[in-house]
Ligand binder design. Structure first.
Ligand code: IFM
Length: 473
């Protein structure tokens, strides 16, 4: 029987058959990883919390951006999202039920400091206090990210990340959050994917605040990295036993054609995409070739900035989704004179992103060989595929399951080659507000019916429960 239900296929598959199918694809086992390996799921505040004006929260740049017609697919907004602000106990129960030992989340800056700095919103901070207690009560290790893109709108109006003052506001915010939660949260990340908040937000314009100015984007990027470095001593002072890091989205870069032009395009592209962040964080300053390519759009850097950015961290978070294949493109809008090429005959996720697990092995070993960053965690990895709805309310997502398994296998290979990967976090716990794609692109291990807010663990989540030694979720 095959019935179509909205966008999703519904079909009948008996429970035993589905469980057998989930078990059949299991090719890796937890005991191939250390006992203390961090297995987790990741989320971010803006994508799941909703409650955008409850209890004193004020708008972030993403509220403003998503309320403007045409910026988000279907004009979706995150006003309610997964209503996690009210449903967090149920959501944490799901994390526990799927067998994870760690939970990565972010704090909403405008919930804690509605104007970005100054007056603390006690109710906002109380929410995270309860959330952290709830995480610990379920035996999960809290991994807190301070900034996952939701800059308070008031700070954007004061210039946004291109303004140096915003870096100092971030340091004050880091102080407020760590002073309150640092007795219980030991794993801290300053920023998630500065590439996206700086370059996509201020140059490409597809993300909030939607600007299109390369110079402002690079200045924003510099201040984000600076704020990371300047916040570290504050975190360490408030939380002496903290493990602090930053989370980068990195990509292996490959040439589209086997020719010198594309090989040199790879180097240039890698300069902006990867080395810009890795070099600066590891004390090498910004790559000279990229600075030259940027010309007048290069950021203003004050004495001491690069030393601050290179402050020692305890781990590096890497978010891995796909590789980038590039070609030489003198007419490109990018200062690197490169263009990302979409390949035809390759496996892809529903987003059109190439499925390339071997890229994770390459990325991890290259970062290890070039930077020796110390312990590394895969802080995000996952995929969007259209889910299949079963007649018994079950949700099959075997595409996602296979994607995740192949990437966990890649982590195992990288570890066998000497890379100290100590954690893997699936993106994401719940289907959620996928930025400019709204609710159309679902990444969750848990299906969310956005009309009823009903949650259903998908096959991938059930597989995790099995893999992590929990009885069937
Ligand atoms: O949803 C995002 C997340 O917020 C940051 N990393 C990539 C994910 C999937 O696009």
């Amino acid at each position: 029987m095959l019935v179509f239900h909205g966008r999703y296929q519904r079909f009948h598959m008996p429970e035993e058959f589905r469980i057998a199918k989930v078990k059949k694809v299991l090719a890796i086992s937890r005991d191939q990883f250390p006992e203390n390996f961090h297995w987790g799921v990741a989320t971010s505040a803006f994508q799941i919390e909703g409650a955008v004006s409850e209890d004193g929260r004020k708008p972030s740049i993403w509220d403003t951006f998503s309320e403007q017609t045409g910026n988000i697919l279907n004009n979706d907004t995150a006003r309610t999202a997964c209503d996690h602000y009210n449903r967090w106990p149920e959501d944490l129960d799901l994390v526990e039920k799927m067998g994870f030992n760690s939970y990565r989340f972010s704090v909403s800056w405008p919930r804690v400091l509605p104007d970005g700095r100054g007056q603390i919103n006690a109710k906002g901070l109380d929410f995270y206090d309860r959330l952290v207690d709830g995480i610990l009560e379920r035996g999960l290790d809290p991994w807190l990210t301070l900034f996952h893109w939701d800059l308070p709108q008031a700070l954007q109006e004061a210039g946004g990340w291109p303004s140096r003052d915003v870096a100092s506001a971030f340091v004050d915010y880091a102080h407020v959050v760590s002073a309150r939660l640092g007795d219980r949260v030991k794993r801290w990340a300053t920023h998630n994917e500065p590439w996206c908040s700086a370059i996509i937000g201020y140059f490409n314009g597809d993300f909030a605040p939607g600007e299109r100015d390369l110079g402002r984007a690079m200045q924003a990027c510099h201040h984000i990295l600076l704020s990371h470095g300047q916040a570290l001593p504050v975190l360490r002072a408030n939380v002496p036993d903290a493990k602090c890091g930053i989370v980068l989205s990195l990509h292996p870069i490959h040439p589209a054609r086997d020719c010198d032009e594309d090989r040199s395009a790879v180097h240039r592209h890698d300069g902006l995409r990867n080395r810009w962040f890795l070099d600066a964080l590891h004390g090498r300053g910004y790559p000279v070739d990229t600075l030259e390519a940027l010309g007048p759009s290069a950021p203003h850097i004050l004495d001491g900035d690069l030393a601050a950015i290179a402050a020692k961290t305890d781990y590096l978070g890497i978010n891995y989704y796909f590789r980038e294949v590039v070609t030489d493109a003198p007419d490109s809008v990018l200062p690197t004179r490169t263009r990302v090429v979409e390949l035809d005959d390759v496996e892809k996720t529903g987003f059109g992103w190439e499925i390339y697990p071997e890229g994770l092995v390459e990325l991890l070993t290259t970062v290890q060989n070039n930077y020796a960053p110390g312990p590394v965690a895969i802080t995000e990895n996952g995929a969007f595929f259209r889910d299949t709805m079963g007649s018994e309310g079950d949700v099959d997502d075997f595409g996602r399951l296979a994607f995740i398994q192949r990437h966990i296998e890649a982590v195992r290979t990288a570890r066998a080659r000497g890379v100290d990967v100590f954690g893997y976090f699936a993106w994401s716990l719940l289907d959620n507000f996928e930025w400019a794609s709204g609710y159309d692109k679902r990444f969750g291990l848990v299906y969310v019916d956005f009309e009823t807010q009903r949650r259903t663990i998908k096959s991938s989540g059930k597989w995790f429960a099995n893999f992590l030694g929990r009885d069937h979720a």
